[in-house]
Design a protein around this ligand. Structure first.
Ligand code: TUI
Length: 312
């Protein structure tokens, strides 16, 4: 499976690993890149020096291209942009905002910029600003989500821009990849399934909770803050729902969420922590090496294509 993205980014398969904060460390990113996909370090809310260490670690673990996901709401966004440029990271994806003001800086060091967008308007704006491609993320995704589904959003954006589109949200196997390609995407981004990889450094409790998840377990909370977050049901999501029902302010709800991703990913407290994961969690049933995950997905996509051809 080869698309324009493989050429532009010098990768074997057009499969991105989602830049999940705390979860997407150098170990995971390097393993995905070694397997022929595009691994991504999730900068989240980490300071520049922490992200710098991860970049150097990843460079030691692979010669293949990898990326950094920059969370634009981070208080350290400026210093993260600086370290990414300093180390000539080949690819940057951005989330939770408009990366416009950093675009020329990335371009000047040859870093490819691939913003994550939840709408047609933002996709068009990013193309005009010189984005190399865009990740179109549907509300099926984990973490901070937009309103529209992958199914509805991907073809509308494919029809509105000329740069390559990478579909994200609700994809975890070869059928999902083929569906995304059918909608006009030239690549996919997969997050939740890579949490359940051997190389992912997240706490075992987090991985086991994803494995246990059923179809309706990944719910959205904190809508009133303007930054809705999808994660797996637990004590924390019940507390969010209770606060929301009682008419708590956006500030109070935001306060409840502070530091909670770390609580789950690092400490392994999956009752009080935030278990960000996508709707496809219910389909993830085993922990595998990244190479096996990617090769299985590609083989399934080919099998599914044969099946579809057999229907003609
Ligand atoms: O960014 C993500 N997923 C994330 S970020 C994150 S950390 C966080 N935690 C709590 C609250 C907020 C963030 C966890 N998961 N995905 C990419 C994504 N970007 N989804 C939606 C957007 C987005 C939303 C609005 C991108 C741009 C945007 O633009 C608004 C504007 O400024 O025009």
């Amino acid at each position: 499976m080869k698309t324009r993205l493989c050429e532009i980014l010098n990768i074997k398969y057009p499969i991105f690993q989602g830049g999940m904060a705390w979860v997407a460390t150098a170990e995971l990113a390097a393993a995905v890149s070694e397997a022929g996909g595009l691994g991504m370090i999730g900068a989240g809310n980490a300071p520049g020096e922490v992200v710098e260490k991860e970049i150097l670690k990843a460079k030691n673990m692979t010669d293949k291209p990898f990326g950094v996901n920059i969370m634009l709401l981070s208080p350290f966004v400026e210093e993260v942009v600086d370290v990414v440029c300093k180390h000539n990271v080949p690819v940057v994806t951005t989330g939770a905002g408009n990366p416009g003001k950093f675009m020329s800086k990335f371009k000047s060091v040859g870093t490819k910029v691939i913003p994550v967008v939840p709408s047609v308007a933002l996709a068009k704006r990013m193309e005009t600003l010189g984005a190399d491609a865009i990740v179109v993320e549907g509300t099926e995704a984990g973490g901070h989500v937009g309103e529209l589904t992958t199914m509805a959003l991907v073809p509308q954006i494919v029809d509105s821009v000329n740069i390559p589109v990478i579909a994200a949200g609700g994809i975890a196997d070869g059928r999902g990849v083929l569906a995304a390609v059918s909608l006009g995407a030239e690549g996919v981004q997969i997050g939740t399934r890579f949490i359940c990889s051997d190389e992912c450094t997240a706490h075992g409790n987090y991985k086991q909770r994803v494995l246990k998840a059923k179809d309706r377990d990944a719910i959205v909370t904190a809508r009133v803050t303007g930054h809705p977050v999808r994660g797996l049901k637990n004590k924390l999501t019940r507390e969010f729902i209770k606060l929301e029902k009682n008419g708590a302010t956006a500030g109070e709800i935001e306060e409840l969420g502070k530091g909670k991703l770390r609580t789950a990913v690092i400490e392994g407290d999956i009752e009080n922590g935030s278990i960000m994961a996508g709707q496809i969690a219910g389909m993830v049933t085993k922990i595998q090496p990244c190479k096996e995950i990617i090769e299985e997905i590609i083989a399934e996509a080919e099998k599914q294509l044969d099946y579809i051809n057999g229907l003609r």
